[in-house]
Design a protein around this ligand. Structure first.
Ligand code: ADP
Ligand code: MG
Length: 352
């Protein structure tokens, strides 16, 4: 908290230009709507090198700042620690939004999943002292459960606040080295339905690899964006009717799938899986029937993992990845699933 207060006091009242206050470091990402850098404060010589992350954003930056401020107030543990956001006006470049977060760590879930060591590389990060247990399905399952529980916990925080993320994917999940937990990042496509901010979905922002089949997150019958006070009064009802949060649940289910099936972790394999699932009318059990007889050892291992303990993992997966949003489980519902009751998980969390 002291750090945040310090940073805000340091430059909020006097701030003029990003170049006066920060040293930009390595570029961490570049999308169609912004560039992300590691950075440090120039005016604070004692500050650790590169302990901040800066995003320079175009027109959608205003919404992203708004979302991050709301998250900071309502469910700060769900997302990367937001420090500040502001508009820089320069006569040459026009309006540019800058967003600043605390640097959480170097690895996203995507980076960690690319390693052959996954999920053991994550176990080392989450658990202080890894026991010398034999490697195998049981242990992998326990680690994947812990990741899923952290992910669903963060998502439940967002959804309970009234925010739908709409771009849940391994690239937007960062491992926070400070708290040894996974946090959600990149609220650039998020929607806050309670106050009508970004009410009309920006479909073009959605990542087709992880997007649920519904094209519009709100039903097309929903009246167009009401003004803020009306939306506040109406939206809990609309939320009930349309269950927009279940869009994120579908994406989270695909992440669960990729963690269980090492053969589905690459982009091309995921795209191929999406095509197969569509051909099966989004019925995971039908997909399983079609691939299991000639399954590779990778696929077989994934089914075996999800079939442990009477198939509670497979049960959870199929309750998340369903065609109809209304038939998908909520983040809270998923957390109450027997999949998370197992003894192994308890041991892991006690060790944290
Ligand atoms: P975009 O996808 O719009 O380029 P993101 O907000 O997803 O922007 O950030 C891009 C990348 O920057 C992330 O994938 C992650 O590697 C890194 N990153 C973003 N925020 C943080 C943070 N708080 N701490 C550490 N790394 C971060
Ligand atoms: Mg991103």
């Amino acid at each position: 908290m002291f750090f945040l207060a310090f940073v805000e006091r340091l430059f909020r009242p006097t701030f003029k230009k990003v170049s006066d206050d920060f040293v930009l470091g390595k570029k961490l990402g570049e999308g169609a709507f912004g560039v992300v850098y590691r950075a440090s404060l120039t005016k604070k010589p004692s500050s650790k090198e590169g302990d901040l992350v800066l995003k320079k954003a175009t027109e959608y930056g205003a919404v992203e700042i708004w979302m991050n401020e709301r998250v900071r107030r309502a469910c700060s543990n769900s997302c990367a620690d937001f420090v500040h956001g502001f508009l820089e006006n320069s006569s040459k470049k026009g309006a540019e939004y800058w967003l600043i977060w605390r640097y959480e760590g170097e690895a996203t879930l995507y980076d960690l999943m690319q390693s052959k060591e996954f999920p053991y590389n994550v176990e080392r990060m989450i658990v202080k002292e890894v026991q010398d247990l034999p490697r195998g399905l049981e242990r992998e399952n326990t680690i994947i459960q812990t990741i899923m529980r952290q992910l669903l916990f963060a998502l439940d925080g967002l959804h309970s606040t009234g925010i739908v993320h709409r771009d849940i994917k391994p690239q937007n999940i960062i491992f926070s080295e400070g708290s040894r937990t996974f946090k959600i990042i990149d609220l650039g496509a998020a929607a806050d339905l309670r106050v009508g901010i970004n009410y009309i979905p920006k479909e073009f922002l959605l990542d087709p690899r992880y997007a649920a089949p519904e094209q519009y997150i709100m039903s097309t019958q929903t009246p167009s964006a009401p003004s803020a006070p009306v939306a506040t009064a109406l939206s809990p009802v609309l939320w009930q009717m349309n269950l927009p949060d279940r869009f994120d649940i579908y994406s989270t289910g695909l992440i669960f799938l990729q963690m269980a099936f090492s053969g589905l972790r690459s982009d091309s394999a995921l795209i191929q899986f999406n095509r197969q699932l569509k051909r099966c009318d989004y019925d995971l059990n039908a997909w399983r029937k079609s691939v299991e007889p000639r399954a590779s050892s990778d696929l077989r291992k994934g089914f075996e993992l999800l079939d442990l303990d009477g198939g509670i993992g497979w049960e959870l997966l199929t309750s998340m990845v369903r065609y109809k949003a209304g038939q998908r489980i909520s983040a809270k519902g998923a957390l109450a699933n027997p999949y998370f009751d197992r003894e192994g998980l308890l041991v892991l969390s006690l060790m944290q």
